[in-house]
Design a protein. Structure first.
Length: 539
């Protein structure tokens, strides 16, 4: 099979990582850093080509590559992107080179292993986002746990082993439950289609029944392990842990606090998005009736997460832990939009995933720069930092404003769409989520005031050095899209909305229990053809 654009973007980082591993210690650490940065930039350049090649009018799955792998088991190498996955591929491709630049001086020991695991993690995440074969998705979903475990466990803080183990156990537990659900779904698909098949979407030239087109019975109409409640629950548990949804979130603050700066950026920026992406791509279309019944529960948990994350962040004295808990609140908005069941809510959820990755990733990078200089993250240790570090304070302030959703910056657009969608579906949840925005603004502005303003009381803060060119480059690479999306989000939304509409059409067409007439049903926008749910090749 000829390597296509999707495969290049996914495997370029890991190919370079393997080539570097073969050199062993022949190359100095500096060469490993440079080669790793070049590999991640190559993947980013591939994404830029992918962005320009994506047909906005078509809106379906594009840049498709498919080849037989284990055809007798229905397992194929089947990849491609739609408007949803395209956004997350771009976010991943941008964040990894930023991490390599930002951590250039932070990581001093085992540099070779650091670069190898980071590039392997990038390939794992990208592979999960482009996978259209469920076995392939599960493979990437599991493989990425290994490099993330080592990134936390080797280069993390004093409790790094505990945090890494907790992260691994939580996510592995959810993955194993999803594996049981996946095998049950494949068995049901075989009964209906007559052959083993793991392809999630219909493939061009294939007569096999796609998994998403499998008729999953409602409760009581089939063995319990092949009903919508069980299959939705199996997939939803894995994705809820990954988001994470309260009360399955307890692994996240520990992982963030103990992880090195680069690990926190990748964890918050892209790994958590796999949970929300999994809901949109797999769980909701697979069992639409069970998902509709579970929507009030998940929207309740989303609102709880929004309020809980902001309230707990309010009492934190560690800057990094404070940002970690606000991350729980922001992801609550993503879940709220995903379960709104309309195009505004879901489009807002996808856009907010990108926004959260940019703003929270930038916050973790800036906190890491401050920690490199002071070797503490305790808020009481600072004060008046804006005097010796004016550029740092200005960038931190801009990113903080984006994080709390100030108009003109990216966070506002995503939150607005989510609230509009949630209000259209279930107004009570939208109203209940609004105090979370106020709390988040209070938390972030209070922290910013304590760290940046006031008298410089501690002598260690008087000699702080402002950001250098490398650090400004790393933060600037995230600030530019933060401002651009806030001012002109249309290029992203024009790609996101058709994919969301296709997902909604697929969900609605598979509903076995129709809502009552007075209830608003999730329907696609007028004039959008149902063919957008299919997969189209590159050529």
């Amino acid at each position: 099979m000829q390597v296509g654009l999707s495969s290049f973007v996914v495997f370029a980082p890991f190919a370079v990582a393997c080539a570097l591993a073969l050199t062993g210690r022949l190359l100095p650490p500096l060469a490993w850093r440079a080669a790793g940065l070049a590999a991640s930039l190559a993947s980013l350049a591939g994404f830029a080509r992918m962005w320009s090649a994506y047909d906005v009018v078509d809106g379906g799955v594009q840049l498709v590559e498919r080849a037989a792998w284990l055809p007798e088991l229905g397992i194929h190498y089947f990849v491609g992107v739609d408007g949803i996955s395209l956004m997350l591929v771009g976010l991943t491709a941008l964040l990894v080179p930023v991490v390599l630049v930002a951590s250039w001086n932070e990581i001093e020991r085992s540099v070779r292993s650091w670069v190898f695991f980071l590039l392997a993690l990038e390939t794992g995440v990208l592979g999960a986002f482009v996978s259209l074969n469920l076995f392939l998705f599960y493979l990437f979903f599991e493989v990425m746990l290994v490099p993330m475990y080592f990134l936390i466990g080797i280069w993390g803080g004093p409790r790094r082993v505990h945090a890494a183990l907790k992260f691994f156990v939580f996510t592995m537990t959810g993955s194993l439950v999803m594996l049981v659900g996946m095998l049950s779904l494949v068995a049901l698909n075989r009964e209906q289609g007559g052959a083993l098949n793991f392809d999630w979407l219909p493939a061009a030239g294939s007569t096999a029944l796609a998994l998403v087109d499998t008729t999953v019975p409602l409760a009581g109409r089939a063995p319990w392990w092949q009903t919508q409640p069980f299959l939705f629950g199996a997939f939803a548990l894995a994705f809820a842990i990954k988001v994470p949804v309260v009360p399955l979130h307890t692994w996240l603050p520990d992982a963030h606090v103990e992880a090195p700066t680069g690990g926190s950026v990748v964890l918050a920026g892209v790994l958590l998005k796999l949970g929300a992406y999994g809901f949109l791509r797999f769980a909701l279309p697979l069992a639409p009736d069970a998902a509709a019944q579970a929507a009030p529960l998940f929207m309740t948990l989303a609102v709880v997460g929004i309020l809980y994350g902001s309230l707990v962040a309010l009492v934190q004295e560690d800057v990094k832990k404070l940002v970690a808990y606000t991350s729980v609140a922001h992801l609550g908005f993503v879940v709220l939009g995903a379960f709104a069941g309309n195009s505004q809510g879901m489009s807002g959820a996808v856009l907010q995933m990108v926004n959260h990755g940019l703003s929270t990733g930038a916050l973790f990078v800036l906190v890491g720069f401050l920690y490199e200089r002071r070797h503490t993250r305790h808020i009481a240790e600072f004060g008046g930092v804006a005097r010796p570090m004016p550029v740092f304070a200005a960038l931190f302030g801009l990113v903080m404003l984006a994080s709390i959703g100030v108009p003109g910056l990216n966070g506002f657009v995503g939150e607005l769409l989510i609230l509009v969608g949630a209000f259209g579906a279930r107004p009570a949840f939208a109203v209940a989520a609004v105090p979370g925005i106020v709390l988040a603004a209070w938390v972030m502005t209070a922290m910013y005031r304590r760290v940046m303003f006031g008298p410089v009381e501690r002598p260690e803060n008087r000699g702080l050095i402002d950001l250098g060119w490398r650090e400004r480059l790393a933060v600037g690479a995230l600030v530019v899209p933060i401002v651009a999306i806030g001012v002109h989000p249309d290029p992203l939304l024009r790609r996101i909305e058709p994919a969301v509409v296709a997902t909604l059409h697929r969900i609605e067409s598979r509903r076995q229990e129709r809502p009552a007439p007075e209830e608003p049903a999730a329907a696609p926008s007028e004039g959008v053809a149902a063919r957008r749910g299919g997969a189209r090749g590159e050529g």
